[in-house]
Design a protein around this ligand. Structure first.
Ligand SMILES: Nc1nc2c(ncn2[C@@H]2O[C@H](COP(=O)(O)OP(=O)(O)O)[C@@H](O)[C@H]2O)c(=O)[nH]1
Ligand SMILES: [Mg+2]
Length: 242
C-alpha cells in the first residue's frame, strides 16, 4: 500500500508542535510524520520525543545547529529516500499556518500528480489579514515575478504546503537546492516540474502562525529575489552550451 510521510521542519516551535502533531494524527491516524529540528533552544525536540512514546509513526531527525528550512527539508528527504518505505512526501510548517484539516484534500489526488500545491492564489484560496502590508506585497510580487521569469503556470511558487511523489524527488540533485527559505521552495517546484512532475494547485487559506515567532529575515528575502534569476540563467547556459 502507498505510504505517505509528512516532513515538518522546526525551529523554536514549542508552542505549536505537540498540538499540531496531535491534530494531524487525529485526522489521519495512519500517517507517518518526520520532524526535522535544528536542536531548538526552546526544546521543541523534547516534546516530539515525548509524543513518540504514543505514536510509533512519529520520527525525529535532529541537526546539531540551525541550518535553515531548505537544509532541514533536504536532510528529511534524503532520509526518506534512503529508508525507501514511502511513496509520497508532504511539506508542512509547524506553526498552524498550514491547517491540518486541508491534508485530506491535499492528498486526495496524490497518485495523479507529481506535485500538489496547497495554493493561496487560486480561486477559493486566501491569506491571513494579519500579515503586514509589506509581507502581502512581497508575497504577491514574488509569485508574479516567478511566474514571469520561470514561465510555468504555477500561481503559488513560495507556498510551503505541498505533496510530492517521491519518485520525482529522487530525480533531483539536492546540491542545486542549497538555499534557506523561499528560494528553496521556488527552486524545488521548478526542478520537480523539470523532472517531469505534473502539478495541480488546490486552494488553502494560509493562517497567521498560532504561537512563537517567524524566522523570516532580510537574507531569506534577498535569496528569494535572486534565485529565480539564477535558475533561469543556469537553464539558459546549460541549454545553449550543451
Ligand atoms: N529545522 C529548521 N526549521 C526552520 C528553520 N527556519 C524556519 N523553520 C521552520 O520552517 C517553518 C516555516 O518558518 P516560519 O518562520 O514560520 O516562516 P514564515 O511562515 O515564512 O514566517 C516553521 O515550521 C519553522 O519552525 C530552520 O533554520 N531550521
Ligand atoms: Mg510561518
Amino acid at each position: 500500500m502507498a505510504k505517505t510521510i509528512i516532513v515538518i521542519p522546526t525551529y523554536n516551535e514549542k508552542e505549536n508542535i505537540s498540538l499540531l502533531l496531535k491534530e494531524i494524527f487525529k485526522i489521519l491516524p495512519e500517517i507517518h510524520i518526520l520532524v526535522v529540528d535544528d536542536t531548538s533552544p526552546d526544546r521543541t525536540g523534547e516534546q516530539v520525543k515525548k509524543l513518540q512514546e504514543k505514536h510509533p509513526n512519529l520520527f525525529l531527525l535532529t541537526n546539531s545547529k540551525k541550518s535553515g528550512l531548505g537544509n532541514a527539508y533536504i536532510e528529511g528527504f534524503k532520509k526518506i529516500i534512503k529508508d525507501n518505505e514511502f511513496d509520497f512526501a508532504v511539506m508542512m510548517d509547524a506553526d498552524f499556518s498550514h491547517q491540518p484539516e486541508y491534508l485530506p484534500r491535499l492528498l486526495s489526488e496524490k497518485e495523479k500528480y507529481g506535485l500538489i500545491i496547497g495554493s493561496r492564489y487560486v480561486k477559493g484560496g486566501g491569506l491571513t489579514s494579519q500579515w503586514e502590508f509589506w509581507r502581502k506585497i512581497l508575497s504577491r510580487g514574488a509569485n508574479l515575478y516567478c511566474r514571469i521569469i520561470l514561465r510555468k503556470k504555477i500561481k503559488d511558487w513560495t507556498g510551503g504546503f505541498n505533496c510530492i511523489q517521491i519518485r520525482f524527488l529522487k530525480k533531483i540533485n539536492f546540491e542545486q537546492l542549497k538555499f534557506s527559505g523561499y528560494a528553496f521552495i521556488i527552486s524545488l517546484k521548478y526542478l520537480l516540474i523539470k523532472a517531469g512532475a505534473e502539478h495541480k494547485e488546490v486552494p488553502i487559506f494560509f493562517k497567521e502562525r498560532r504561537g512563537g515567532e517567524s524566522k523570516i529575515s532580510n537574507g531569506i528575502i534577498r535569496e528569494g529575489i535572486f534565485t529565480p534569476l539564477k535558475l533561469i540563467f543556469k537553464k539558459y547556459f546549460t541549454e545553449t552550451i550543451s
